[in-house]
Design a protein around this ligand. Sequence first.
Ligand SMILES: Cc1cc2nc3c(=O)[nH]c(=O)nc-3n(C[C@H](O)[C@H](O)[C@H](O)COP(=O)(O)O)c2cc1C
Length: 190
Amino acid sequence: MTTNTPPFRTVAFSGSLRAGSSNLGLLKLAVRIADEIAPGELQIEWVDWIDQLPWYNPDLETELPEIVVRWRATIVGADAILIGMPEYNFGPSALTKNAIDWLTRPVGAHVMTGKVIALFTSGGKGGGTKVQEALAPILGWFGNTVVTEPAVTIAQGATKIDGEGNTDDADLVATVRAKTEHVLEALRNR
Ligand SMILES: Cc1cc2nc3c(=O)[nH]c(=O)nc-3n(C[C@H](O)[C@H](O)[C@H](O)COP(=O)(O)O)c2cc1C
């Protein structure tokens, strides 16, 4: 059951497997900020096992692997999803895309709907704007509220924030703070 009163069940996962992933770091920072400005409102479930999902294959829909059942169940009751979304070749990492694909089937009865979703991208020189331009409308189209303002697209983010969310970049912190505030507002106003 989803809710518009806190605590909001929030799933957080990063699409980068790299130890010390800055995309994971952005999520950690957002969660720390949420704890400061709205203690207890976000009840976070960290998912660090999407790499164990098999490649999406429609044939598996007849008898879903246990981990896919777990993944869908994790999402089904979530109010919000925070995604650390690296940009690889102007798109999502294969890991991220595969995890999302598993949530969007079967057509008409999938679990990737009714969520508040926020994307946090630490990219290369361009900051990863293209992956967000591509994914945000698609996630919205599935019936989710995608928190687009402000865009968190951090250029050369791996040099600015570590995997624990430590950073001395004040602009980065301000951007993540504003995004987190908007996520909380979207959840309260659902
Ligand atoms: C295969 C590959 C493709 C990449 N393509 C892009 C890209 O299109 N745009 C971009 O901003 N960064 C690109 N990068 C840089 C990554 O976004 C950056 O290394 C990564 O986001 C760092 O994230 P992490 O610290 O979470 O691992 C690419 C990196 C790799 C490995």
